[in-house]
Design a binder for this molecule. Structure first.
Ligand code: FMN
Length: 225
């Protein structure tokens, strides 16, 4: 698959088949993603690839704590509620996803069910927990940039092999649970996770194509003419 095609066609996948993902394929994807640039080539990333029983325990712990009202416990600062244009875009994608799934605005039960699916990492057969070296926390936010780059690499490399992904902040909302069942070493910080598997083509939300701002709105060209 050409790079342009992968970048254009990729979208977040939130419904997966039960088919397992071979370890060799995951290793290939990770190897490719790690060609990502990083500050001074520090490569501060650590990837914990979960499947089977440990992933089930993470899903269970994450979901039951959220249901019990345990406040989210992430290891990076919480973005809180979005306002203004960011909130508008958040609402737009939510409307698109709920629309595709036929979930009405007043259908509290199905909306809650959707949120719980997120905490279960959309029942994906694989979850890659993306961490960075804790020693870098005193050096600002540059490691977050590096991890963003490697994560996009993972997502694109997976897509070009027919695998679907969704970067899934909800999946690490209860990070102590992830830390325990994935046995994350104390010298690493959990940033996010990526749910991955074979897309279920009958799952309507998988067809949703999110919008993007125009180049005119985003980019300024200085000194061109
Ligand atoms: C840091 C980050 C965290 C995300 N967390 C979630 C999440 O918890 N649940 C979810 O459904 N999607 C999550 N997403 C996916 C975004 O909603 C999605 O990328 C965005 O709506 C654009 O859609 P697209 O990926 O289909 O282009 C996350 C994306 C990023 C980059």
């Amino acid at each position: 698959m050409k790079l342009d095609e992968a970048m254009l066609e990729r979208r977040s996948i939130r419904g997966f088949t039960r088919e397992a993902v071979p370890r060799a394929l995951l290793e290939e994807i990770i190897e490719l993603a790690m060609r990502a640039p990083s500050s001074m080539n520090t490569q501060p990333w650590h990837l914990h690839v979960l499947t089977g029983e440990p992933l089930e325990r993470v899903r269970e712990g994450n979901s039951s704590r959220m249901l019990a009202g345990v406040p989210p416990q992430r290891e990076i600062s919480d973005h809180g509620a979005y306002d203004g244009p960011h909130r508008e875009r958040q609402v737009e994608i939510a409307k698109q996803l709920f629309g595709a799934m036929g979930i009405a605005r007043e259908d509290k039960e199905r909306r809650q069910d959707w949120v719980m699916r997120g905490f279960r990492q959309f029942d994906a057969p694989v979850s890659i927990v993306v961490c960075f070296d804790k020693s870098l926390t005193e050096k600002g936010t540059i490691a977050h940039f590096d991890l963003g780059a490697v994560t996009y690499g993972l997502v694109l490399a997976a897509w070009s092999r027919g695998l679907g992904t969704v970067i899934n902040g909800q999946g690490i909302m209860q990070s102590p649970v992830v830390r325990e069942h994935a046995q994350i070493p104390d010298d690493q910080v959990i940033l996010t996770c990526v749910a991955m598997g074979w897309p279920d083509d009958s799952f309507s939300a998988n067809a949703v194509r999110s919008t993007r701002r125009s180049v005119d709105e985003v980019a300024r060209f200085v000194g061109f003419d």
